[in-house]
Design a protein around this ligand. Structure first.
Ligand SMILES: Cc1cc2nc3c(=O)[nH]c(=O)nc-3n(C[C@H](O)[C@H](O)[C@H](O)COP(=O)(O)OP(=O)(O)OC[C@H]3O[C@@H](n4cnc5c(N)ncnc54)[C@H](O)[C@@H]3O)c2cc1C
Length: 426
């Protein structure tokens, strides 16, 4: 077995606890830490390489109920989550034009066990890092990966400082950096979805509706939407997401944010007396799909394989499910020396993404979203079907909305298959 890359310096070799790993994971966000944890617990020698140092800021604060069992399996059980994070009982959609508020509840605010949480990512991702370390992963921070080769055995990773290390398998969990897909030249932007998100944090936002802090609330505006995500300590994350048509030239992020908030007049009034707690942060160009990886010994987990749009809070959920199932697929692939478990895993993830994508497309077609979320005559069964998808139950073929989207063919992978807009009438 190759001990360490031939061009590695003595110093580089000294950095690592081992000269060769079973699995190297690029990225120590939720996808990387969770995948590393599941693999290390199976007895694999895992090295996680993270470009930054925890705790680091990250967006992606609202979780889905269907991801909670994965957190429990990782060891972030209810006690840990209740101590550190904000209980979330459902999602609400508010139409400022009609002043209608629709609640899709995953549980009741009086339930002692919340169905999901909103998290401060600084804290959440650090908890996952320590989970990975205590499960046996070697977690190296300030370790940006410059180059990765996963089509050869052993796979080889070169860090920005020139040091180089080998393993049997490579997991790319580098988030939007999408290391392997970009190297392969297979990242394709999705121009139809949200183009620009601007967000910050406020303390003491007065409630406009009963139990407001129990829910994630989305305000619909003409060229996008606004999120209100309650966080621990009476903090609210407030973000605006604008489509291309909503971008105004000559405005800085704070001015773009203020202009969008003005479209929801009651929210604008509530925010007026409050000072933003942090600088306004902007992210652009975050919706992309990646073509299937062509390398034999590599797998993408989480955003490294594509990201749609933040509207349904699917990102961390898909990272966690991808980690849980992807770790099993990697283990089966290594022990059976076969790529088939990897192919099956990619297909599973692609099927889930397809359902989210179909919903995201509807969301950006305003008439459809009014039918889906604001219909006065929605049959209870349809409402349950919508709520189940909002909770992350996107593989449940007994849900008519899931079944109508259909399965992907076996050739699709974590990249997002071609969209079939609006296959269900609601
Ligand atoms: C505006 C916006 C709002 C969002 N809101 C939500 C939400 O409410 N709920 C939700 O679930 N999701 C949300 N998301 C999505 C969410 O942020 C991501 O889906 C989630 O963070 C994916 O986790 P990950 O582990 O795949 O990637 P990340 O969390 O991005 O982690 C990747 C890690 O890899 C590291 N890395 C990158 N390149 C390298 C390299 N070369 N070498 C080593 N390390 C590297 C990075 O430093 C990072 O720590 C939102 C996204 C956007 C853009």
């Amino acid at each position: 077995m190759v001990a360490i890359c031939s061009n590695a310096s003595e110093n580089a070799a000294m950095k690592f606890q081992h000269t060769h790993y079973n699995v190297i994971v690029i990225g120590g966000g939720p996808a990387g830490s969770a995948t590393g944890t599941f693999l290390a617990r199976r007895g694999y020698r895992v090295l996680i390489l993270e470009a930054l140092r925890h705790p680091r800021h990250h967006i992606g604060e609202s979780m889905l109920p269907a991801g909670m069992p994965v957190l429990a399996e990782l060891g972030l059980d209810m006690t840990v989550m209740l101590q550190h994070h904000q209980p979330k009982y459902g999602a609400r959609f508010f139409d400022p034009q009609s002043q209608r508020l629709e609640t899709f509840a995953f549980g009741l605010p009086s339930d002692p066990i919340p169905p999901a949480f909103n998290v401060r990512r600084e804290e959440f991702d650090t908890q996952l890092k320590y989970t990975a370390m205590s499960s046996g992963c070697e977690f190296m921070e300030d370790a940006p990966v410059a180059q990765a080769e996963a089509d050869r055995e052993p796979i080889r990773v070169t860090l920005a400082d020139g040091s180089c290390i080998t393993a049997d398998f490579l997991v790319d969990a580098s988030g939007a950096a999408a290391k392997l897909a970009r190297q392969q030249g297979s990242v394709e932007m999705l121009p139809d979805f949200g183009r620009l998100a601007i967000y910050t944090y406020f303390s003491g936002l007065p409630a406009a509706h009963p139990h407001e802090r129990a829910y994630l609330t989305m305000h619909l505006i003409e060229h996008g939407w606004i999120w209100l995500i309650p966080l621990p300590g009476d903090i609210t994350s407030v973000g605006v997401v604008l489509k291309k048509t909503g971008l105004r030239s000559g405005l800085n992020p704070e001015q773009q944010f203020a202009a969008a908030i003005e479209e929801s007049s009651t929210l604008a009034q509530r925010l007026k007396p409050l000072e933003a707690l942090q600088p306004y942060r902007a992210c652009a160009g975050y919706s992309y799909r990646c073509q299937p990886l062509t390398c034999r010994y590599g797998l993408t987990i989480g955003d490294a394989g594509g990201f749609l749009d933040p509207i349904f809070s699917s990102g961390v959920f898909l990272a966690l499910i991808g980690a849980q199932r992807g770790a099993q697929a990697v283990a089966e692939s290594l022990s059976g020396n076969s790529p088939e478990p990897l192919r099956q895993h990619r297909q599973y993830m692609a099927d889930g993404l397809r359902v989210f994508e179909s919903f995201v497309r509807r969301f950006y077609q305003r008439e459809l979203v009014r039918n889906l979320f604001f219909s006065r005559h929605q049959p209870p069964a349809m409402r349950s079907a919508v709520t189940a998808i909002l909770a992350g139950r996107v593989w449940d073929q007994t849900n008519p909305l899931v079944a109508a989207v259909g399965r992907s063919d076996g050739n699709t992978t974590p990249g997002i298959p071609a969209a079939t807009p609006t296959t269900v009438s609601t």
